[in-house]
Design a protein around this ligand. Sequence first.
Ligand SMILES: N[C@@H](CCC(=O)N[C@@H](CS)C(=O)NCC(=O)O)C(=O)O
Length: 221
Amino acid sequence: MIDVYFSPTPNGQKIRLLLEETGLPHRIVPVRLSAGEQFAPEFVAISPNAKIPAIVDHAPADGGAPQTVFESGAILLYLAEKSGRLLPDDPRDRLEMLQWLFWQTSGLGPTAGQAGYFRVYASEPDAFAIERYTREVRRLYGVLDRRLAKRAFIAGQDYSIADIACYPWIVPHAGHGQDLAEFPDLARWFQAVSQRPATRRTYAGVEDVYARPGAAVATAK
Ligand SMILES: N[C@@H](CCC(=O)N[C@@H](CS)C(=O)NCC(=O)O)C(=O)O
């Protein structure tokens, strides 16, 4: 059994997407970010950066003690390897997948997160921050749009954890100040991923993370 420390934010939804695709048995442990539960010492012992997602795998492949993993990219890699799914076999495709996974966790995610924060959550409007992050998200959406020209998936020949990592950061495009009509190849890919049964199950009943300011992301430290 895998415990998944979760909140329905983009980084949390990445892990649910993978779990729905693979069917790995798991248990969701809700972490209420608006209540500051991410700072509880028991949680920080699992996730030292005090952020979701994090997992504890009580049946790791080596048969040893429970394995904790934090950082969404590391969790996606760990669970994809555990399931034997969503990873390209070909070494060059795998390297491509890793590059886009790191691009998402170091670029698209943090930048879009800041855009959402300043556009929706910040108590004081900051025109400079809004302009800076909205412009940079637009550039990053453009990078992905160009990547997806003439390609069905972000890396390799099939759906992979690179697609899973990026998709939840396109879902709240309106909150990031972006119009998908300006990114036709990204929009085509987005529609295709949206229609996957695992994606539908992951997002069933989940509200837009920016729909209720203050509901999901308590801090921007
Ligand atoms: N680099 C981390 C980022 C995780 C992250 O930013 N998590 C957010 C939710 S999407 C969080 O826990 N926010 C609570 C806080 O900042 O206090 C990852 O990819 O897992």
